[in-house]
Design a protein around this ligand. Sequence first.
Ligand code: NAD
Length: 318
Amino acid sequence: MNKNILVTGGAGFIGSHLVSQLLSEGGWNVSVVDNFNNFYSPECKRRNLEKHLSNERFSLREVDICDNESLKSVFRKGDFETVVHLAARAGVRPSLKKPRLYFETNVNGTLNLLDLSREFEIKQFVFGSSSSVYGARCDVPFSENDKVSEPISPYAATKISGELMCHTFSHLYDIRTICLRFFTVYGACQRPDLAIHKFARLISDDKPIPVFGDGKTGRDYTYIDDIIQGVRAAIDYDKTSHEVINLGESETTELQELISLLEDHLVKKAVIDRKPLQPGDVPQTFADISKARKLLNYDPKTKIGDGIRKFVDWFEAQ
Ligand SMILES: NC(=O)c1ccc[n+]([C@@H]2O[C@H](COP(=O)([O-])OP(=O)(O)OC[C@H]3O[C@@H](n4cnc5c(N)ncnc54)[C@H](O)[C@@H]3O)[C@@H](O)[C@H]2O)c1
């Protein structure tokens, strides 16, 4: 018998990769909730799911997670065992301009999903959190035991709120909640606002790339296949009732190095437009992934050089 799973934000970058993984495995009826908002091209999100539309084990509901009544009808029909909640207003910088929109979607929307999960007796709730919860810290690597009470962007604050609500719901009700802190994810279909995709587009169009700061800021870039391996394991995890787990590559790459890798693979020189550091941006990220290794058997395999090559292959095929 197939198991029923709901993936919110399933038309987005990470969500659509997860949907493909679950459908290719078999054994799942996959329902997606997504509102196809225009944070970036809705056509691009539709393309992400196009190949599944004729699959009888797939269903798509165009619903806003802030619309509790419509969401409730999805739960009523779905008979879900598991919810993977990835729908969100993503991105740090835009959250400074629209904090209310971020709170509405990421906090109230998450509360709607948790409360319906309680009402419909969902067993497992996997939440897409973010490395941004660690704030502007210089001591690395970032561990799940570190305090995360000093977010420096509205986006990060919404993700901490989501994690806290997950804890509360698992404590009060019989819902296992697993919060996965993703560290900058990249790969095919990456969001166009994220540095790797944005830079690749600008470099190949011979346009200047905006580089904030001196190029020494560092990110733990995680290849999409590795993230999906971690999310997939979290769906099966059944040991404890609540966990917060980092999913990164556990290696920091400086921005300057990232640009060089893109130049090498695109075989083009970047024109740098240097700008001051942006408020809300953290200086570096670096995941301690020992907990993920232990609890999820997580074993990221894609080094940044290989990952950028694969990304550029995809980018050039578009
Ligand atoms: N990509 C990363 O590097 C990264 C890093 C850390 C955390 N995350 C988190 O992972 C999740 C997925 O990120 P992504 O990069 O795939 O982003 P994405 O924007 O590609 O996907 C999010 C999806 O959610 C949908 N959505 C947004 N608001 C909605 C609403 N109100 N109702 C229904 N659907 C809505 C969007 O239309 C989109 O398809 C997000 O929660 C994000 O915060 C991503």
